[in-house]
Design a protein around this ligand. Sequence first.
Ligand code: ZN
Length: 262
Amino acid sequence: MREIVTLIKKGQVVAFCGAGLSVESGIPACRGTGGLWEKYNPELYATIEGLTSLFIFQPHKLRDFIIDCYGVFLKAEPNHGHFALKDLEEKGYLSGIITQNIDDFHFQAGSKKVSEVHGNAYKFRCSKCGFFLKKKKEEVEDLLKDLQAAKKRKQILKNILHFMGRCPRCNQRLESGIVFFGQSLPQEEIEKSYHFLDRAKTVLCVGASGEVYPAASFPLYAKERGAKVININPQESSFDAISDFVSRKTAVDFFKNLLLSF
Ligand SMILES: [Zn+2]
């Protein structure tokens, strides 16, 4: 732990976060046993084509999926790991967070420099002019209440369309700010990520499996430019091979320990 503390105290640390971090907040990972994709077929529920066909032909299924997923997000909260990363940023050690999670927890914990490479479940954007807005938790809560009460197809569609809303600039219907399968990563988030990585002295991988590309290539990119890699993951991952230090603790335990050693 002493060597890890020394590295972090050198500053220019970039955190690269995956599903494992939010699992401790009660958000199940998408992949693996007990994951979201065991319950919902990702070809249908994680692609624009699939979701569009659900919207048109099986809106009740889409309603249940929205209630299920956003219900989990609304109940869960950032954990000690998210708050520790916020503290490291405030103290000047952490220069940025690159997260694959869409739960908004880094912002809810108070972090400022965050690149959300797979989008954010609360963000909605205009594909025409690039405008985006972020919905409040209360707005999502209202949607879920409306959807729970909606029994008829027409009512479900109306609730969803009303919630998504239109662009205040160009009146185009807003789209989800989540990056679905087959979609390219948002350019501005990628640029932000490389801005962090180009200056990184240390990359702290937190609960990242290393299975989802292109995001999984980021730690190696920094490593090739001289950064040290610390991998925190209770399970083996493809980042073990490129890591200078591996901790098999969970993120929460790791950061509790780190705090004691600081
Ligand atoms: Zn617009």
